[in-house]
Design a protein around this ligand. Structure first.
Ligand SMILES: [Zn+2]
Length: 227
């Protein structure tokens, strides 16, 4: 067992330095108590490349918009920069595995929907294009339906996902169904994409309940702290 001459303690395993004072340990080491963790250099490198590419693309788009063009500025760079930053951020979320897959899907869905809406409003005001409300009418229901489908496919591939992140499927379901209910109450007729999205969400939630009933119940209990 190794020993620290300064702290007068014995240290198990085979560390180089004393955990208390960081001085070198003396004595014979023994088998490591836990496996050595090596930093994932490949992922770190990918992370650095993504960061650089995003920043470089931001600089280039601003330069093209304001420095290189001789004619009137188009003011497109704020939108491009926003999209680049968000895309870079999402890539980093995936690379660093901050969230599990269902969580990443949900976060991506919300972020992309939000960004689409911001872009639409920006285009409307900056270039005087009539606002067509493409995001709320078409993009959000489509993205929501696609995420719900991706969610169940992923859960079938990896069963652990259902256990730990069903909550994101529920949230996805709420995003897919609540707007439809609100539109029906206000307008009594919902646009087709929202109706399709609602049906897809309901079908997949039913599939989850039928095929993963116990896990769904367990997740609900866990989330509402009844267990
Ligand atoms: Zn020490």
């Amino acid at each position: 067992m190794k020993e620290c001459l300064y702290c007068k303690i014995k240290v198990g395993g085979n560390p180089e330095k004393c955990p208390l004072c960081q001085n070198a340990l003396t004595g014979e080491g023994e088998m490591d108590h836990w496996p050595k963790i090596y930093p994932d250099t490949r992922r770190r490198k990918a992370f650095k490349i993504v960061t650089f590419c995003v920043i470089a693309a931001c600089i280039l788009s601003v330069a093209m918009d304001y420095l290189f063009l001789k004619f009137e500025h188009l003011n497109f760079s704020p939108v491009v920069v926003a999209w680049l930053l968000v895309t870079g951020w999402l890539l980093e979320v995936v690379l660093k595995r901050h969230y599990n897959i269902l969580q990443t899907l949900f976060v991506s869905m919300i972020t992309i929907s939000f960004l689409c809406q911001v872009t639409e409003i920006f285009i409307h005001f900056a270039w005087d294009v009539p606002n067509l409300w493409i995001t709320p009418n078409y993009i959000i229901p489509s993205v929501c339906a696609v995420c719900m489908v991706a969610g169940i496919v992923l859960s079938l591939v990896d069963k652990r996902l259902t256990e730990h992140s069903m909550i994101y499927t529920f949230l996805n379901f709420l995003v897919g169904v609540i707007p439809w209910i609100v539109i029906m109450i206000v307008n009594s007729k919902a646009p087709l994409p929202w109706s399709i999205c609602m049906v897809v969400n309901v079908l997949i939630l039913v599939a989850f309940i039928v095929f993963r009933g116990k896990k769904v119940l367990a997740e609900l209990k866990k989330r509402f702290h009844t267990e």
